[in-house]
Design a protein around this ligand. Structure first.
Ligand code: EPS
Length: 386
């Protein structure tokens, strides 16, 4: 069973993740993970924190000589900002906890509900963990899954479709063009015209002390039919993918395939008709279902989209009420980003990679990569010949 936990506060010493269940024999280097960590830090619209950090992973266990051992992996990402916070965030009883106290909850943040739930008088105790800083650990974790999927011939790609109401026109690009634009885009957007407008809109929002949200898409290429299951609610792969995407900070909606737009069609217009070719097996000519039917992959490209709300920290803050003295006041201002949708897309790729890898291992098992690949290859042969 593939599982993981993350730990760490945004301004604490480090983020940690423990990953269990990766097969032995997988080639995995810090450089590989670091490439994804770097992508997550990018994107036009990030705040000052990203110029302090340059996230790098260290394997504290589970990898030897660049190869996984099958034992739990411990992933460590140090926070450079810790040196500015070590006295305030120290675990020692002498910590300067009276400094940088936050008492005016930001609407839209975890601040208020978190303080009420855990009976905190200082909202810092909430925001340090609810911060999207935690997603660095999840991207590191997802990179280990991405590496495993590469071995199985599965590729995960992501792109931003909309920021601040500006939609990318991706219909006219062929997949290679798309990849080229994506590789150089500052907002992970395949449409260069939309990209320029998005950057302008982010600048306008920054000048107004405001923030922006948007929509990103993640696609999974090469997943065979039969990942997930129809037999029980918690084995349906669309459910686990939606939960994983929804768990990303600020995500407010998830779609599979046509999603909400499909609801207005007739059944005859929506369903993807079934075809068969010798040596290819069953396939579809359309993909409105987004590669998932009945809680299982159907062999087509998996298409997932997530809606990211605008970041709650506003430099022109909205009304709030002080947690302690109950006076009406403006919400607290914490250093933050104007727009983190491109980062959210990279995080989306990571959490999707994780769920797909989990489903692949559940389907074909393997304590070692070789064992998994043998079982995988038998299954793919069966699908082609059935
Ligand atoms: C975040 C606030 C900012 C962001 C942070 C998420 O951090 P800070 O308060 O240190 O400036 O930059 O994101 C990250 C640190 C990151 O690595 O993505 C928040 O309040 O959620």
């Amino acid at each position: 069973m593939l599982r993981y936990l993350t730990a760490g506060e945004s301004h604490g010493p480090a983020l940690i993740a423990i990953v269990e269940g990766l097969p032995s024999g997988l080639a995995l280097t810090a450089d590989y993970v670091n490439r994804q960590l770097k992508r997550r830090q990018g994107g036009y619209g990030r705040g000052a924190r990203m110029s302090i950090e340059s996230d790098k992973v260290e394997f504290l266990s589970g990898v030897r000589g660049g190869i996984t051992l099958g034992s739990p992996l411990t992933l460590y990402i140090g926070n450079k900002d810790w040196s500015n916070w070590s006295q305030i965030m120290s675990p020692d009883p002498e910590a300067l906890v009276e400094e940088k106290v936050v008492t005016r909850p930001r609407p839209g943040h975890a601040d208020l509900a978190g303080a009420l739930k855990y009976r905190h008088k200082d909202i810092r105790n909430v925001l340090e963990r609810s911060s999207a800083r935690e997603t660095a650990a999840r991207v590191a974790v997802g990179s280990t899954a991405r590496k495993l999927l590469e071995e199985l011939g599965i590729e995960i790609t992501g792109q931003v479709l909309q920021i601040g109401g500006i939609n990318a026109d991706i219909g006219k690009n062929d997949p290679e063009e798309l990849k080229k634009h994506l590789a150089s885009s500052q907002v992970l957007c395949a449409d260069p015209v939309a990209e320029r407008q998005i950057i302008d809109r982010i600048e306008q929002a920054r000048q107004k002390g405001d923030t922006l949200g948007g929509v990103f898409e993640v696609r999974v290429h090469g997943a065979p039919a039969g990942l997930g299951s129809y037999v029980h609610w918690d084995r349906k792969i669309d459910a686990s993918l939606a939960a994983a995407l929804m768990s990303i900070q600020a995500v407010k909606g998830v779609e599979v395939g046509m999603g909400f737009n499909g609801a207005a069609l007739m059944g005859s217009q929506f369903q993807d008709e079934i075809f068969y070719q010798k040596d290819r097996g069953f396939y579809r000519a359309t993909n409105r279902a987004g590669g998932i039917e009945g809680g299982m992959t159907n062999g087509e490209v998996i298409v997932l989209r997530a809606a990211v709300k605008p970041i709650p920290t506003l430099y022109q803050p909205l009304q709030s009420v002080d947690l302690i003295d109950k006076t009406i006041s403006r919400a607290a201002i914490e250093r933050s980003d104007v727009c983190a949708v491109p980062a959210a897309c990279v995080i989306g790729e990571a959490v999707v990679a994780w769920e797909i890898a989990r489903a692949c291992l559940e389907k074909c098992h393997g304590d070692s990569l070789d064992e998994l690949k043998e079982n995988w290859s038998h299954y793919l042969t069966y699908l082609r010949q059935v």
